[in-house]
Write a protein that binds this ligand. Sequence first.
Ligand SMILES: [Cu+2]
Length: 114
Amino acid sequence: MRGYRLLTGLLILPFLAVAADTPREIPVVAKNWEYQPNVIELCSGERVRLLIETQDRDHGFEFKAVGVKVKLPKGKTTSVEFTAPAPGTYEFKCAFYCGKGHKGMKGQVVVRNC
Ligand SMILES: [Cu+2]
């Protein structure tokens, strides 16, 4: 019985490790000229995968705190993965000119210890 328990534990452990490493997926919509949501709250050190959907035209997503800068092609969902940085409030913005509201197309990442 004891050996059985040990074996079960050994079999389950790798799955727990994988689960802890799986990024939290957060859907985001980018459109003229805003992000929804435009405030993204994260826990410092957590793995995150933003799934950013763009319908109206090409946009971009730049989050300098983690070195991310990507194009968001129209009609697609772009996956952006990173580890949440140290606690603080950071800006993200559109990095590719997309029309008259481009300069105001930005949002915040608020990172906490949790
Ligand atoms: Cu833009």
